[in-house]
Design a protein around this ligand. Sequence first.
Ligand SMILES: Nc1ncnc2c1ncn2[C@@H]1O[C@H](COP(=O)(O)OP(=O)(O)OP(=O)(O)O)[C@@H](O)[C@H]1O
Length: 245
Amino acid sequence: MIELNGIIKQYQGRDGPFNALNDISVHIKKREKFGIIGESGSGKSTLLRMINALETPDEGTVTVEGDNIGSLSPKQLRKYRKKIGMIFQQFNLLNNKTVLENITLPLKLHKFESALDAEEVLSFVGLSGKKDNYPGQLSGGQKQRVGIARALITNPKILLCDEPTSALDEKTTDEIVSVLRKAHEVYGMTIVVVTHELNVIKQLCDRTLVLEEGNVIDTIDIKQTSHVLSDASYYDRIVEVLKNE
Ligand SMILES: Nc1ncnc2c1ncn2[C@@H]1O[C@H](COP(=O)(O)OP(=O)(O)OP(=O)(O)O)[C@@H](O)[C@H]1O
């Protein structure tokens, strides 16, 4: 469904130009939950941003459902981007708008043919009782649930997640992973998640790319754990994770 072929991206660094992405090829299947893991600066976000055309490659192609993204007209690109939902590390909510207003904002900006009902997504992320609250009145986990609901309301075919749990503690991370897994089960989109957290990859993804300094080190099939540990005690989760490693 998403094919990145021979992607090279060069930036100017302090010591001259360098390849942030160095000949990357990845094929992500429809409905796959695909991870991109690597240390800080390895090129994860740059690669993710290629998929929604926020970055353009210096060489190589990005093809999604058969369309070469680099050759789309501005109008086609706007239409293409409507297929994609995005969630962010820092949630990117508008603090002067309520939860409901934040969630329905995409629908105010563009017309989406198969948009979901606001009450449905609010209930899906477990925030029905918070719709009139402002982001400042929410915990980090609740803010990310709003971010997820705002992405889901457009019923995207592709959900891009850029470090979705990196601002959250361990238990809240597990809860957000559960919400994402459930969203995948119910709405069946393709998920691409960038993270440096091994556990997020392990609990959420079918496969992951491992990036190091702009190079693909490996692509790994992940043996799914049967459950997410959000209901377990802090100690149980420590034991589970440490025993498995
Ligand atoms: N616009 C830019 N101009 C110059 N260099 C950039 C730019 N964007 C990213 N880089 C550099 O490219 C490399 C890859 O950055 P990228 O943000 O993709 O890495 P990352 O793996 O997502 O890191 P992090 O986890 O810290 O966000 C880094 O060395 C970064 O400093």
